[in-house]
Design a protein. Structure first.
Length: 178
């Protein structure tokens, strides 16, 4: 095990941090990794896949002869909706992960405080040294949950606004000829 920490010293730091803050930090870390994997997937889609989807929708629309009938308007609406659905994929899941991070931090706070109260019950006093580990387990998960949520809030807001803007651009590209 020491050989792993020799080649990957950051793993030892992560292990120490999780021990200091409790097992809830491990869950917050996994949730944060999952959230950022979804964010990166959306950024890659915006860079590569979305352009192809818009191009295909515009080509389909321009290939039609009828652009002014009720049926054409419905087809245009469907094209815009399909492209928008693809760009909005997983944004709600990212926002859910953002909302869960502080809640998990709060769970860590509660478990840390329970540990403080257990120490107080066992020792029979409010000895600060005996309560110190519980207090750190109560504050570190809160901080970690908030930091993870803040990083996700910025990116989910960016992705949501970009999805709305791209939806409008697709609708503008599918021009109705009269």
């Amino acid at each position: 095990m020491d050989l792993i920490y020799y080649y990957f010293p950051f793993l030892e730091t992560i292990r120490d941090f999780i021990e200091l803050g409790g097992n809830v930090l491990f869950v917050i870390g996994l949730l944060t990794l999952f959230m950022w994997a979804l964010i990166i997937e959306r950024l890659v889609y915006l860079r590569v896949g979305h352009k192809k989807a818009v191009k295909m929708a515009v080509q389909f629309w321009e290939g039609r002869e009828d652009h002014s009938s009720w049926k054409a308007a419905q087809i245009r609406y469907r094209l815009v909706s399909v492209v928008a659905r693809h760009i909005e994929k997983n944004i709600a899941l990212i926002q859910t992960c953002v909302a869960l991070c502080p809640l998990l931090g709060l769970l860590g706070t509660v478990t840390g405080m329970v540990e403080v109260f257990e120490v107080m019950a066992i020792s029979g006093s409010g000895n600060p040294r005996s309560m110190a580990s519980g207090v750190s387990k109560a504050t570190i998960p809160t901080m970690a949950g908030m930091v993870a949520a803040l990083s996700g809030v910025a990116m989910s807001t960016f992705l949501q606004r970009r999805a709305e803007r791209e939806r409008e651009l697709v609708a503008d590209n599918l021009v109705i000829h009269k």
